[in-house]
Design a protein around this ligand. Structure first.
Ligand code: BJW
Length: 224
């Protein structure tokens, strides 16, 4: 069976990484216009680097949880699994998943805003850091901000449209184009979330509860 899986911040919540829109989430602590838009970065690059440096440190201190581990195990089985994540953390990779499609980029990568060169991010980045390829002081985190085009969209849309099963895990379905992927799915659709998202009715079925319980239990059903 071909399975396309889309994960969001909820899958990493129990690893201690904050979500965005839950109570106490990142967007209640930070103004997203200031830290997650190209315009905010142009206004105050030091503030944006501080935000991502802190999140990179949190991510490095976190460990994959049972939900990440179950998805890595699923991909090692007989099914053809495409794992798409909106998350910029590397917990899927550290759980053992390979070829993870990061549609919103990666905390652990740096991007030169001048020449588009990419490299492994240092633990902390600063506005004047030179690009190792062109030397321009235009270093930014390699993440996709509002108003920018998410990465790998052709591959993602092909995988979702061609899947027998599309599963969205731990995402509020408030951010496009990720939120609209369920509309492209031709096979069965399943939402696994703490509670139904605002697009829950677009899915054929839902499983509710914390990802560390629901995801391993769902993966177990596919072994039968
Ligand atoms: C648990 C749990 C547990 C908690 N177990 N579950 C008007 C209408 C429609 C669209 C637009 C519009 N105005 C602007 C737009 C476009 C815009 C957009 O969608 N805005 C909306 C806010 C309306 N989108 C964009 O600009 C995107 N680009 C774009 O559209 O380009 C045009 C284009 C597209 C395609 C082809 C061609 C052109 C870019 C979006 C970039 C998003 N960037 C961010 C920040 C950067 C990365 C980072 O810093 O991490 O990405 S925003 C933030 O939201 C982050 C996330 O990846 C993303 C999604 O959040 P997610 O993962 O859903 O987290 P939460 O917190 O929202 O939800 C967590 C869920 O988990 C909740 O449901 C909980 O219940 C659940 N949960 N604990 C299970 N233990």
């Amino acid at each position: 069976m071909k399975i396309a899986i889309l994960t969001g911040a909820g899958i990493s919540a129990e690893s201690g990484l904050g979500t965005f829109r839950d109570k106490g989430g990142l967007w209640s602590q930070y103004d997203l216009e200031e830290v997650a838009t190209p315009e905010g970065f142009a206004r105050n690059p030091a503030l944006v680097h501080d935000f991502y440096n802190a999140r990179r440190a949190n991510c490095m201190a976190a460990s994959p949880n049972d939900a990440h581990l179950a998805l890595a195990e699923l991909a090692a089985g007989p099914h053809e699994v495409t794992l798409i994540t909106q998350n910029v953390d590397d917990l899927h990779e550290r759980a053992g998943s390979q070829d993870v499609i990061h549609m919103h980029g990666a905390l652990m990568r740096a991007l030169c805003a001048s020449c588009d060169h990419r490299w492994d991010a240092p633990a902390a980045m600063a506005p004047a850091d030179p690009c190792p390829a062109c030397t321009a002081p235009a270093t930014r985190p390699d993440v996709v901000w509002f108003g920018e085009v998410p990465y790998h969209m052709d591959r993602i849309m092909t995988a979702v449209a061609g899947a027998d099963l599309f599963v969205a895990i731990g995402t509020s379905a408030e951010v496009y184009p990720a939120a609209g992927l369920v509309e492209l799915a031709m096979g069965e659709t399943l939402e696994i979330n703490l509670e139904p998202s605002m697009r829950a009715r677009a899915f054929d079925r839902q499983i509710g509860g914390p990802a560390t319980e629901t995801v391993p239990a769902w993966v177990n059903t596919l072994r039968i």
